[in-house]
Ligand binder design. Structure first.
Ligand code: PMV
Length: 326
């Protein structure tokens, strides 16, 4: 295999070699769910965590995903859709290349847990698209890669806003709004986040459907909540730009209260947020779909993250540190 390292643009997420590719995980700093309804959200790509994929010529299309133990061959002639979501998602990505579908064995190694609110499925989809592109000797912008990967997100999530694929193909911190160009946010200084896993499965498709049901019952009330979240998001962008992490933390905690009113939090996530704030975090909230999965706690710096990590571990939760670089 010809090894070719070339940057799509400055950013750790753009690392890939011919036939090999990467898709980033992500955390949503503020604005999940309301982003599905056209409001803005702030998110950070996780440059060192995500999905790494390689593609090689093969007699037919095949996908293998570790550590999920996924391995299947694709019958391009099969007309009815398979029951398995991963198979339908892979077929959707292959269909994006037109007939005949690429004949390639795609192997993916994931370094983030699934159903955790860290954008695992989008990281996987972006890595697969980049690996297939690289094998075919083609190259697309991060926006075009994200758009191609969205076909699989429709299968996994139903009505994705597109934030996950945009961040999986992108880098750094950005303000995302549906159907608008991604706006990079220049950070004044690195962001220190502790990510804690509740140990509960967070099914984004289910929580998105629950918010939709609430919206259908009372659109006015939901629009009010989304409007309040939008104000927090826009304030958080300016706090980020000014390096005001204390303010950012407060805004994140306010966002958590609103997410809780949308029934997206769990008692375990609430307990984790409280424990990290008591241990010195500047703010804490769930991240991603909610209903389980992960929460994030903002720290003033890596040297102050120890007690926050410790507080989560005392509760029996897995936790790790993430540094988002300017
Ligand atoms: O749970 P995740 O990592 O897939 O994040 C979902 C984010 C939502 O805003 C809830 C859904 C979306 O498509 O934007």
């Amino acid at each position: 295999m010809c090894i070719r390292r070339r940057s799509l643009r400055a950013g750790a997420c753009a690392r890939y070699t011919r036939g090999m590719a990467f898709g980033c995980g992500k955390v949503i700093l503020l604005g999940e769910h309301s982003v599905v309804y056209g409001r803005p959200a702030l998110a950070a790509s996780l440059a060192s965590m995500g999905a790494e994929a390689s593609a090689e010529p093969w007699p037919h299309a095949r996908l293998e995903v570790e550590p999920w133990g996924v391995a299947f061959d694709v019958d391009a002639e099969q007309e009815e859709q398979p029951a398995d979501a991963m198979q339908r998602a892979f077929r959707a990505l292959l269909a994006g290349y037109g007939k005949p579908w690429p004949r390639a064995r795609v192997r993916v190694q994931l370094s983030i847990p699934g159903a955790a609110g860290l954008g695992g499925s989008a990281a996987l989809s972006v890595a697969v698209v980049r690996a297939l592109d690289a094998l075919r000797g083609s190259e697309r912008t991060p926006e075009a890669v994200a758009a191609a990967a969205l076909a699989a997100e429709y299968v996994f999530h139903g009505t994705p806003s597109g934030i996950d694929t945009a961040m999986a193909a992108g880098s750094g911190v950005a303000l995302f709004r549906k159907d608008a160009p991604l706006e990079q946010v220049a950070l004044e200084r690195p962001l220190t986040l502790v990510v804690g896993h509740s140990g509960e499965v967070g099914q984004t498709k289910i929580t998105v459907a629950s918010v939709k049901q609430q919206y259908q019952r009372d659109p006015k009330k939901l629009e009010q909540t989304f409007g309040a979240i939008e104000a927090l998001v826009l304030n958080a962008r300016s706090a980020l730009q000014h390096g005001d992490v204390a303010d950012l933390g407060k805004l994140m905690s306010e966002n958590q209260k609103l997410l809780n009113t949308l029934l997206l939090s769990t008692s375990r996530l609430e307990e984790m947020c409280k424990a990290t704030e008591n241990a010195g975090a500047l703010g804490a909230k769930l991240t991603g779909g909610g209903g389980g999965g992960c929460m994030i706690a903002l720290c003033a710096g890596p040297e102050l993250a120890g007690p926050v990590l410790e507080a989560l571990r005392k509760l029996g939760r897995d936790a790790f540190l993430v540094q988002v670089q300017p």
